[in-house]
Write a protein that binds this ligand. Sequence first.
Ligand code: ASP
Length: 415
Amino acid sequence: MKKISLAKKIFVALILGCICGIIFNIAPQNYFLDHIFLDGIINLIGQAFTNIIKAMVVPLVFVSITLGVASIGNLKKLGRVGSKIIAFYFGTTAVAVSIAIFFTKFINPGSSFHLPNASQVPISHEQKFSISKIILDIVPTNPIESLAQGNMLQIIFFAVLIGIGITLVADKAVPVKKLLESMNEINLKLVAVIMEFAPIGVFALITYTFSNFGFEIIASISKFLFVVYLILFFHAMFIYTIMFKFWTKLDIKKFWKKFWPVATVAFSTSSSNAALPVSIEAADKMGVSRDISSFTLSLGSTINMNGTAIMHGITVIFLAHIYNIDLSTADLIKVVLMSTLASVGTAGVPGVGMLMLAMVLELVNIPVEGIGLVLGIDRILDAGRTVVNVMGDCICTVIVAKLENELDEKKFNDV
Ligand code: ASP
């Protein structure tokens, strides 16, 4: 019998999870089903899968970025790869939020929205953010503390420094580089082993999420939900495809085949960080040199959030309409800039993008409390935007690898 591929198994698990979740949601209340089966067994399996995959993130990011920087070998090349990938990340994020604003103004999802039914969750003003704070937060005072707390921007900063140190020390740092290489191999092997359990993990996570969402809340805000998914879909299918074709001339279908397991993990965990181990594995299969992918993907999972920026753009226009606030062109430009920065500050974990929206709303004087109107369905929005976030990391990585002549096209085309 032909062996079923892991990607297919994960896909089937995803669909089964949706179906079972919806059935459990409609099923009459029952102690065993709700508390023992869903809150107990299913939730436990889903959380255990998420935890184990997250446990790999800090060692993976630290080791792969340090190694990535050290393997690039000279600081000139590091500067070139670094500036290219950052230009792509910032550029695509700004395009994403602009498209979101443009389309939302036409579709106007706020028109069928009824304020009184919405869940009003006040947003505490402690969640205000400032740009100088974001920048200062990147520089660690105690790197061990950053590692322990999983502060990704600080870990990346420190890893880049160590990588530069290894490059400068050259020969005398060879043992450290060898140690990092073998740690990297161990990390990637463990990820491959964990991914064998992905069908079960994805099934549990999706079943639990869907069983928790009543149709009422989804229906009351369905037009908004539809617009978010439509624009995410547009960005993923058109903007990324055009970029990909233009810079690599490769077949996007082959990209999708290898990207698929990453998409399912991103969708079911709603976390770019959790999807990182799988995306590094996928980049390997796409023929991207490890020197490039270990640096660009780890960076991307922390600073590149196109899906989050799309959600920001749509929600700003949606709330402006609901609160009857007229946004000038200058306001919209401010939204594009601020949302691009806010996405950089968004950690690759569930739900943070919605909190970062507060700083965009404040900039154009839209009541921050408005976030409460859409917070109830954030888990569903988050799943979709995380897929687009992670896809952006992978697309930009393949493009930069191609531009740097570090893409093995034979491996890419080999399905
Ligand atoms: N969950 C998203 C991610 O990990 C971030 C967000 O909340 O928008 O990419």
